[in-house]
Design a protein around this ligand. Structure first.
Ligand code: HEC
Ligand code: HEC
Length: 82
């Protein structure tokens, strides 16, 4: 049986742990960066992106303008209030 190299094994365990923590942290901050939808009538219907854009593209209402390009489903990042 080959001699176990515990020093090296522990080194790789440690590096794996760092990797997992970094990737998890990035994923968590990515999903947490977008503000939640407020609990109001106009944020109840999240079925269509077009509805969201009606209010969030032009500055005619007091709705904040979407500060990024249009990205797929809004509610993937902006979670509705429960
Ligand atoms: C009838 C107009 C209207 C529609 C439709 C609408 N919003 Fe809004 N939205 C507003 C207004 C007004 C505010 C600011 C007041 C508030 O947060 O309730 C706002 C705020 C927001 C904010 C900022 C919340 C914060 O805490 O900073 C986000 C994000 C947002 N809306 C996303 C969406 C998405 C995604 C949709 C589609 C599901 C949508 N809105 C549909 C009017 C609208
Ligand atoms: C990939 C994730 C993601 C998607 C998808 C997404 N957003 Fe955002 N959105 C963000 C992040 C992150 C911010 C905060 C940006 C900042 O603070 O600079 C933001 C900010 C906003 C704001 C400004 C909120 C404020 O308080 O000023 C509005 C409005 C908004 N998004 C609307 C939308 C709409 C409408 C859609 C769908 C077309 C959408 N978002 C899709 C991540 C996303």
């Amino acid at each position: 049986m080959a001699k176990k190299n515990t020093g090296q094994r522990n080194f790789f365990r440690f590096m794996t742990l760092i990797g997992v923590v970094v990737v998890g942290g990035l994923g968590y901050s990515f999903l947490g960066a977008a503000p939640k939808l407020s609990d109001t009538d106009f944020h109840k219907d999240t079925s269509s992106v077009e509805t969201c854009l009606k209010c969030h593209v032009h500055a005619e209402t007091k709705a904040p303008i979407m500060p990024h390009r249009q990205m797929g489903s809004c509610t993937f990042c902006h979670r509705p209030a429960a």
